[in-house]
Design a protein around this ligand. Structure first.
Ligand code: MSP
Length: 514
């Protein structure tokens, strides 16, 4: 079975921001973890390129929509490369193969009797690409999310008969394994309980979209087209665009990871569309929280948007990944605070983990011929650090499949703290001066180095680069595949040469705001 996971397909109306980077980093950690567990993983990301929002952005920039999309898609692709994101597929919804798939899917839905004509009237938010409920202030209707003026629409459209799926969707969203985290389930259940209304899937006046077959002048509603990008990505293997190939190509997805803003599309509209087309449903939809910055919503008008490019240049991949994954409960909202970011990176990575490795390795080199010390009676599986390592592995293995990155990171950090504690308690630097202590010092240094090795192996999915640098300092190769064996206590071989230590993590010194 393939483990397929997806990020949202990001709108190319603007350059990537920290929000999309956050989701993508989390998915990358999950993808890396799954690859260490099993053979077949498909990590999908990409961009959503149609619709009125993008059409207008391109017009404002004075370029054709396609040129605009090419530029922004490239900037996403480049950014993910620079962040070392390990996606297997990057899908663009302007890809002609995607159009083929959308047409095929639409014809299936139509054949199920789920496409009807109707009249769509209501208030539309172009930024959300969504119709809104009756606004509170009828004189100046505004989108509650974007604070932008809503636009009145009245047009003949094609509708998808969502109302037919009321019961099936009610049952689906009531399941305790479909919507995660559990805290987001009720909101969707309430929405469904109000009664599902058919939604329009075509637009009469949006040129920048995929044409609806046999419906001249109509393009598909951008969400109808975008969700199908998850399917085209799976068929993007050079073979035929054929819906019947999906199930041998990684469908259904094991998980769609998205922000809470688009949960309704993924947990209600999307499953109904798939039911109509006779395709299996994704197994889980995870709606994570939103990031703010120093307590404020990030936005262009506030001038407080954190640019992921700049963050990367100034702080590096490991620092940002650590902060986002270790400090924010994935699922809850989180606040990016510069001082806390600096403190956590310096304390956890530079001091607790980096210095641990550095000082232990220096002592081992000095007293044991530049190598991992020999083992004597007290470095086996019954050693308290070995016992804690086993517990840590257990916590990490339980946490990561649930996207509980924070719990996993904290447990790993606790193991490094315990290893530091062991060094401080046993003080090898003073015992080494006493006669007859050499073997017990060797054991103490061995267990600490071995704990550092396990820390590095466990960090692989969260901080692949740092993990590699730590292992390198222990003369070990990076973890590449099945990691079970590498998580067994005692993997570090006595006598392995230890290179001259150099800091694995630079301290962050930021004297001005990012
Ligand atoms: N194009 C649609 C998704 C289609 S999926 C078939 C879309 N794109 S988006 O560019 O607006 O991206 C939305 C996603 O970006 C959110 O769901 C979330 O993953 C991420 N974030 C955007 N701003 C965010 C924050 N401030 N904080 C955290 N993540 C946020 O919607």
């Amino acid at each position: 079975m393939t483990y397929t996971l997806t990020t949202p397909l990001y709108y190319v109306n603007d350059r990537p921001h920290l929000g999309s980077t956050y989701t993508t980093i989390a998915c990358d950690a999950l993808a890396r973890f799954q690859r260490l567990q099993q053979d077949s993983v498909l990590f999908i990301t990409g961009v959503d390129e149609h619709g009125q929002k993008i059409q207008r952005t391109a017009e404002a920039a004075g370029v054709s929509p396609q040129i605009h999309c090419d530029r922004i898609s490239d900037s996403y692709r480049d950014l993910w490369r620079r962040w070392d994101i390990s996606q297997d597929r990057f899908i663009r919804t302007t890809n002609p193969r995607h159009r083929q798939l959308v047409e095929q899917f639409y014809l299936r839905v139509k054949a199920s009797g789920d496409v009807v004509s109707g009249r769509q009237t209501g208030w539309y938010c172009v930024a959300c690409e969504e119709y809104k409920d009756e606004p509170d202030d009828a004189d100046s209707p505004t989108c509650p999310i974007h604070q932008r003026e809503l636009e009145w629409r009245d047009e003949e459209n094609l509708f998808f008969r969502l109302s037919r799926y009321q019961e099936a969707i009610e049952t689906l969203v009531a399941r305790d394994d479909f919507i995660a985290p559990a805290s987001r389930r009720q909101e969707i259940r309430n929405f469904v309980a109000q009664g599902l209304r058919d939604f329009s899937i075509s637009r009469a006046n949006v040129a920048w979209g995929l044409p609806v077959p046999e419906q001249s002048g109509h393009t598909f509603y951008v969400w109808f087209d975008a969700l199908l990008g998850y399917l085209s990505a799976l068929l993007d293997d050079g073979g035929e665009i054929e819906l019947s190939r999906l199930e041998s190509n990684g469908w259904p997805a094991s998980i769609h990871v998205i922000g809470k803003d688009i949960l309704r599309f993924h947990a209600v509209y999307w499953p109904a569309m798939l039911m109509s087309a006779g395709l299996p449903l994704p197994k889980r939809v995870f709606g994570h929280g939103f990031l703010t910055r120093e307590g404020q919503k990030m936005g262009k008008s506030l001038g407080n948007v954190l640019d992921p490019e700049r963050l990367l240049d100034r702080c590096g991949v490991d620092a940002v990944r650590w902060y986002l994954l270790r400090d924010i409960q994935f699922g809850d909202d989180g606040d990016f605070q510069q001082q806390r970011f600096i403190d956590l990176v310096n304390n956890d990575l530079a001091n607790t983990i980096g210095n641990l490795l550095n000082r232990t390795s220096s002592m081992a080199r000095k007293w044991f011929n530049d190598a991992v010390p020999p083992r004597h009676g007290n470095s086996g599986e019954k050693h308290p650090l070995a016992i804690q390592a086993t517990k840590t592995i257990h916590i990490v293995m339980g946490a990561l499949p649930e996207l509980a990155f924070k719990q996993a990171a904290e447990a790993i950090l606790q193991l490094a703290i315990a290893a530091n504690g062991h060094l401080n308690d046993t003080a090898p630097w003073s015992r080494m001066k006493q006669p007859g202590q050499e073997s017990s010092v060797a054991d103490d240094l061995y267990v600490v180095l071995e704990a550092a090795r396990i820390v590095a192996v466990l960090l692989t999915p969260l901080l692949p680069d740092l993990s590699e640098r730590i292992l390198n300092q222990l003369s070990l190769a990076p973890v590449s595949d099945q990691w079970d064996e590498q998580l067994c206590w005692g993997g570090l071989r006595p006598g392995t040469p230890l290179p001259k230590p150099s800091p694995v993590m630079q301290r962050l010194e930021l004297d001005e705001p990012l």
